[in-house]
Design a protein around this ligand. Structure first.
Ligand SMILES: [Zn+2]
Ligand SMILES: [Zn+2]
Length: 116
């Protein structure tokens, strides 16, 4: 028996029971009365997490797993007012543009930048 044979009620999460109604196979929840066509079984429903990044965000997003090893500095978070932030430098492609310093609040994770 595969998971396809074990549909669960999308309303209450209980096991649905196959039931023939008027020649059609339905899936019925005996708890809340939910009825589904066998062709639209809730096992097809998948929870997908779509994480959208705007082009600006993509440049500043860092892997949070590396944050533990990053240096911290006294800096005031514009969002929550916390006075400690991780910081790192990001060298831009053109050398004459210098580097951009990024801060990331250790408390709320807000990230902002500052130009040298
Ligand atoms: Zn139910
Ligand atoms: Zn903050």
């Amino acid at each position: 028996m595969t998971s396809r044979d074990l549909p669960f009620c999308p309303r209450c999460g209980k096991l649905l029971t196959p039931s023939r109604e008027g020649g059609e196979l339905k899936l019925v929840c005996r708890v809340c009365g939910f009825t589904s066509d066998a062709s639209s079984m809730p096992v097809e429903v998948k929870v997908t997490q779509h994480i959208a990044h705007s082009p600006q965000e993509r440049t500043t997003v860092i892997d949070t797993s590396t944050s533990k090893t990053m240096p911290t500095i006294r800096a005031s978070c514009p969002k929550c007012g916390h006075n400690e932030a991780y910081w790192w430098l990001l060298q831009t492609r053109r050398a004459d543009e210098g580097s951009t310093r990024f801060y990331r609040c250790v408390k709320c994770g807000f990230t902002w930048r500052e130009y040298d």
